[in-house]
Structures are given as C-alpha cells and as structure tokens.
Write a protein that binds this ligand. Structure first.
Ligand code: PLP
Length: 441
C-alpha cells in the first residue's frame, strides 16, 4: 500500500500532542476512523488488516459483531446507566447468569467493573477480605494493570513502576519464562527450579506463606512478552496455593475469552483457579471488567467494595450479545482459534530455521508471540529491529502490537478470513526477512 502521512494526519498528530496526556503510543501514525471485520481504516481511507484485535479487544472482528452493535443501539434508546450498584436492573443479572454458565459449577458470583485493572483491584481486595491475609503474590514479567493495587503486582517493565512506590503489600516470584530461564536452566532437565525458588525463598524468606492471600497469575503472560509456561509449572503453582490456603487468581484479561481456543486460558493447563478476572474482549468493544468468584469463598461485608458504572447497561448489552454469539458459534470459534494459530506457529517455526533473528516462537491457540534476537546464542533482544518491523508492516497495511522487550504479538480477530491471514503473514514475513538481512542474519 505504501503509507504516507498527509497534512490532515500530521495536523491531528500535532493537535493530539498538544492536549492529550498519554505515554504509550506506538511509533506509527495510525489515526483510526472506522472498521469492520478484518479491516480498519484511517482518516484518509487507508485500509489496514488488523493483527492486534485492538489490544485483544476485537476477538471476533473490528468494531464488534453486528449483534453487538444492534444490542448497543437498542439499549442506548432505553436506558444507559441504571446505577446498578445501588439499584437493581435485570439485564446485568441475566448476563451474570449466562456468564457463569461458562465457568465450572463451583463459581457463583460476579462483580462488574470497567477495566482489567479494576477487575484485578477487586480480586486483590476480595482475596484479602476472604482470607484476612495482607499480601498478594505476582510474577516477574506480569501485567495486571496500572492502578495502585494492580500495579503493585505488575512487574513487566520498571518504567511502569518508577516513581510510584511504595506499593501495596506484594511480592514477586519467577515465572517459567523458559526461553530466558532466570536460573539459566533448560526445561525439563531444570527440575522446575523456579518452583523450588518460590517454595524456598519467596514464600519462606520474602514473606510467610501464611500471610499471602492470593497468587495472581496470567496463564500466558501478555504484555510481558507472550510467555507460555509449561503445564507442570501452572499445576505446581496451583498446588502451592492449595497447600498453603492461598487463593489462585487467574488474570484472563488478555488470554481469556476464546483467544487460546478455550473460554478460559487457564483451562489449557487443566487447572482451576479460585477467582478469574476478565476485561478487554468481554465487553465487545465497550468498557467492562469482571471478577468471578468461587461460591465457597462466601460473601462480602455490606459496603466493602463498589463503584458507579459497574453493570452499565450499554456495556452489559454489548457483552451479553457477544456472549450469545460466542455460545452459538463455540465449536467454530474453537476450531478457528486452533487451526489459525497452528498455521501461524508453523509458518514462523519453519522460517526460524532460516532466519536467525527469530529467537523463539510460542503460543496457545490464536495467541502467538515471536521473540526477536540479534543473535541466537547470546539472545540479545532485537528491540530496534522489532520496532522497525512493526512500522514497516504498518506502512504495508498491517496493524501489529509489540510485547515484552522484543516480541511481536500476533492476535488477529479469531474470525479473520484465510485470505487476510495469509496476506498479513506475507507482509510480516517479508518485514522480518528484511530486518534479518540488515542485521546480516
Ligand atoms: C493480563 C492483563 N491484565 C490486566 C490488564 C489491564 O487491563 P486494562 O488496561 O483494561 O486496565 C491488561 C492490559 O493489557 C492485561 O493484559
């Protein structure tokens, strides 16, 4: 396509820089205008294939499904906000009932909020109140959000934490990032040294296991670099939690909602958590956070936690319409996530043997990360090259997102057509080859 910023684009960028306080924009000047299905268009009418689902939100196509859009329009004309936390409304109750059917029978209560970080804030507070223990434990490389409680757990990049401490009572433990094992070992000959470390150091020397209310875990680390742990690791963490009366919270904000081919990413590890948090995709394009709690944990004291917009009727209408769509199409969605994910993995695995810059290819379902390195032996992260690849892809009509230090995330809408998936992969492969050539690899 050959993208060229026009005067109109440059003008909006200049106005944005003047009045918008933000810190996380990418390197390329994408100004969204409209979109549908696999495509999004900028304000000049340039068309892009979406390989990002707009940060794991549009799991079933850009701008939600047509069912979501009609439900939202209808609800807007009835009532938008019902102060659901203070008064009653039927729609959020019905949605909670429908949502709980996607969970094991032992899950019986839902708390509504507006974002992933808020869903995790609620889970932190609920864990503390249920167990009467002060600490939470998270993992290095994790991302749980940017408000204070969640940020205390987040440990993906120091820039996200710098100047904000001291944080609430949280400890961090090594995650099984096997490509860059913190102990310099290889799986499975490592004998799960990271698990031993958690038992012997984190929960013995940093903090007493008796004081830890919950372990927060992304079943696949997202922002931290699309890191897939061995099944054994996740099972061991479940065991540590159960053995010590600690709750396990699965943060499904990015990996959940069918992205891995299963409704809950944790199910890929045959592990059941005690609480689940979801956001992003669940709202079908509107803001929503959800914290789902095991019935056996009991209830909360009157007034212990609340908000204004949780259960907002428009978000609920979108989420309910999306959930109905998912339930109706579940075999096809599972199949698409698996088969398309497999296609992507096999393409980059095949490329890896010829292209030194591809250090690691990993993923489950349609959540795939490609970690780029300057050198296979030293594993020096190819940070600049990764960023250049993403920009080059944008210039050729493909929207992507980075993750971790030098990983590219591939998370197109699960419903993407094979033609657009192939076209997007061709753009990405050619950008990777040209970056490798520049590096002489
Ligand atoms: C796993 C995970 N948890 C929590 C969050 C925070 O979600 P939000 O940005 O909606 O607050 C994110 C956002 O990227 C995430 O990926």
């Amino acid at each position: 396509m050959g993208f060229k910023p026009t005067k109109k684009i440059n003008d909006v960028l200049a106005r944005d820089r003047k009045v918008i306080l933000t810190t996380t924009r990418g390197d390329f000047p994408f100004i969204a205008s409209h979109g549908d299905g696999d495509y999004v268009y900028d304000i000049e009418g340039n068309r892009f294939i979406d390989f990002s689902s707009f940060i794991a939100v549009y799991n079933f196509g850009v701008n939600g499904t047509k069912q979501v859009r009609s439900a939202v329009k209808a609800q807007v004309d009835r009532l938008m906000h019902s102060a659901f936390t203070d008064y009653y409304a039927e729609e959020p109750v019905e949605f909670a009932e429908n949502l709980l059917k996607m969970f094991p029978k032992s899950f019986g209560k839902v708390f509504f909020s507006n974002s992933g970080t808020e869903a995790n804030e609620a889970a932190i507070k609920f864990s503390k109140i249920f167990t009467k223990r002060p600490y939470v434990m998270g993992f290095y490389n994790s991302f749980h959000g940017r408000t204070y409680g969640s940020l205390s757990l987040t440990s993906s990049k120091t820039v996200q934490r710098e100047h904000y401490g001291p944080f609430t009572a949280a400890v961090h433990a090594p995650y099984a990032y096997c490509y860059r094992c913190p102990f310099g070992k290889e799986y499975p000959s490592c004998g799960m040294e990271c698990v031993d470390y958690i038992k012997n150091y984190t929960l013995k020397k940093d903090v007493s296991a008796k004081e830890v209310s919950a372990i927060f875990m992304e079943p696949i680390q997202g922002e931290g670099g699309y890191i897939v742990p061995p099944k054994e690791f996740v099972k061991e963490i479940r065991k540590i939690a159960s053995d010590n009366g600690i709750l396990l919270v699965s943060d499904e904000v990015q990996a959940g909602y069918m992205r891995t081919g299963k409704f809950l990413a944790m199910s890929n590890f045959d592990v059941e958590a005690d609480m689940y948090t979801m956001a992003k995709a669940i709202g079908g394009g509107l803001p929503m956070g959800v914290t789902i709690v095991k019935s056996s944990l009991g209830d909360l004291p009157e007034g212990a936690h609340s908000n204004t917009f949780g259960g907002n009727l428009v978000s609920i209408a979108a989420a309910d319409a999306l959930l109905k769509y998912v339930k109706k199409n579940i075999p096809s969605i599972e199949d698409q996530a698996q088969s398309k994910g497999k296609l992507v993995m096999s393409r980059f695995e095949a490329m890896q043997s010829k292209c030194e810059i591809i250090g690691d290819v990993r993923g489950i379902g349609f959540m795939v990360g490609i970690e780029l390195v300057k050198d296979r032996k030293t594993k020096e992260p190819a940070v600049k090259e990764r960023d250049e690849i993403i920009t080059e892809c944008f210039n050729a009509g493909l929207i992507l997102l980075p993750a971790g230090e030098s990983t590219i995330r591939i998370i197109p809408p699960i419903t993407i057509s094979h033609k657009n998936l192939e076209d997007g992969l061709a753009i990405l492969e050619s950008a990777i080859i040209s970056a490798a050539r520049k590096l002489g690899k």
